[in-house]
Design a protein around this ligand. Structure first.
Ligand SMILES: [Zn+2]
Length: 320
């Protein structure tokens, strides 16, 4: 596995610094089409299974500390695979073979003899406080299971679809249609906009944020749109600010449920803020000092650590 990481030149990948990119799992796509290999390895002692139930991952309960992720092996892994409604091959890591098992078909997943004192919980709320490698595997399992769950019917003719290629493709069962469906990731842009004088940056408070958190501006890319156009459009729609000098910086997978955040910097050419579209409750220009104070304050919050928004802000702070 170490060789695989070296071959991948993992340290050259810009977004390695980010949370869900710390996956060193070899996705081994050549095994996806090998039904015999997949079937025989479901019973292998080296098999590891990540159960997913109602888009939640399994954790060991811990009264005082953060719950730790549970990845099943041995009899427990085999039992869950036998009871799952869908199994997806994830990849190889340290001579282990990883699968995700969707057990949402069970009203009570604990009827399946899962480890004692375990609980299904939303990864999104725990992702920044658990081991980053494991968070990456759990995020991958959750995302591919979600995609399979949400593509049970053909969008072209309405017939049922079936899982093929180890769970990485679905095919319409209608012989006259036979449409193939592949996993999709929704691109979203997220940008640090600096003031024309470069001594302030633009942050907004979304009404969906918990607490008085301020973050960089973000939004989804629309069909037929260049990423740079999406940056300029979203900033203008949300804050009335016009930008130029738009530059890509880094990306962060955000599989909640199926996005990737594409991080940019941009320079404002105007300064008067108007929150147009109702997404943001408030947007402001923040000086470096105000951001540093916000990090130490209980009233206002910066974006969470390990988020690309925080990284864009921290990178701008470190420039000076
Ligand atoms: Zn069809």
């Amino acid at each position: 596995m170490i060789d695989y990481a070296k071959k991948l030149c993992i340290h050259d990948i810009m977004s390695f610094r980010f949370y869900h990119e710390h996956i060193l799992l070899n996705r081994a796509p050549h095994f996806r089409k090998d039904k015999m290999w997949l079937k025989s390895n479901l019973k292998n002692t080296n098999t590891r299974v990540i159960p997913v139930w109602q888009n939640k991952n399994l954790f060991k309960e811990n009264n005082k500390k953060t719950p730790s992720p549970i990845i099943l092996s041995g009899t427990a892994a085999l039992n869950v695979c036998n009871e799952a409604r869908e199994i997806v091959f994830l990849g190889l890591l340290d001579n282990k073979i990883y699968f995700a098992a969707d057990i949402t078909n069970h009203e009570d997943p604990f009827s399946m003899d899962l480890p004692e004192r375990s609980v299904f919980a939303d990864l999104r709320s725990l992702a920044t406080s658990i081991n980053y490698m494991e968070a990456g595997y759990l995020a991958y399992a959750r995302a591919i299971v979600y995609w399979n769950q949400n593509n049970q019917f053909c969008g072209q003719c309405g017939s049922k679809t079936k899982s093929i290629n180890g769970g990485h493709e679905r095919k319409c069962i209608s012989e006259t249609c036979s449409k193939s469906i592949f996993p999709r990731t929704d691109p979203a842009v997220i940008m640090l906009v600096t003031h024309p004088t470069d001594d302030k940056c633009l942050l907004g408070h979304n009404k969906k944020f918990q607490g008085l958190r301020f973050s960089t501006i973000a939004g989804f890319v629309e069909p037929g749109e260049m990423l740079e156009q999406a940056v300029a459009r979203e900033v203008f729609e949300e804050t009335n600010i016009k930008v130029r000098n738009i530059k890509y910086q880094a990306s962060q997978p955000w599989p909640f449920p199926a996005s990737i955040m594409l991080g940019f910097t941009a320079q404002a050419t105007s300064t008067a803020i108007i929150c147009h579209d109702g997404e943001l409750e408030e947007a402001r220009w923040f000086s470096r000092q105000e951001i540093i104070e916000m990090s130490n304050s209980d009233d206002m919050l910066p974006p969470p650590k390990l988020s690309i928004s925080r990284w864009l802000i921290d990178t701008w702070l470190k420039k000076f």
